[in-house]
Write a protein that binds this ligand. Structure first.
Ligand SMILES: [Fe+2]
Length: 140
């Protein structure tokens, strides 16, 4: 069973960001499936590496979109992204070193990592986009 299911309540209102968030959900589910199936640890590490690389690319796209939109909280959001990447790298490091106790922590972390990112940080950008749209409509 999939760990996370996508819901339209996670939509931000930017097509690129929303498409990439859906892909992140898919990758996390993929990571979870590999983990549950208890496949080769190297295989799990490979999936985790892919997830990290995709997340980094997504963060870069998101920052570019935010910058182009004139988002005032961009710097703060960049710091959030840096902290998220740092923490997943640390976890990945411990995981690769073979700390078995970290498996459950990794799973929990990865799930919360994405949910927290979308719910806490990206919703602020969603609200900004909404305000921008409604003020644009008021002018028109
Ligand atoms: Fe995001």
């Amino acid at each position: 069973m999939a760990l996370l299911s996508w819901s339209d309540q996670y939509l931000i209102g930017n097509d690129i960001i929303d498409t990439e968030h859906k892909e992140l959900f898919r990758l996390i589910n993929d990571f979870h499936t590999h983990w549950v199936d208890a496949q080769d640890r190297r295989d799990i590490a490979r999936v985790l590496n892919h997830l990290i690389a995709y997340a980094q690319m997504h963060f870069q796209h998101e920052e570019n979109i935010m910058e182009a939109a004139g988002y005032p909280n961009l710097l703060q959001h960049q710091h959030t992204h840096e902290a998220l990447i740092d923490s997943i790298f640390q976890l990945h490091q411990s995981y690769s070193e073979g700390n078995l106790h970290l498996e459950i922590d990794t799973m929990k972390f990865v799930r919360n990592w994405l949910i927290e990112h979308i719910l806490k940080s990206d919703y602020l950008f969603r609200d900004f986009l909404k305000r921008q749209k409604s003020s644009g409509e008021a002018v028109a």
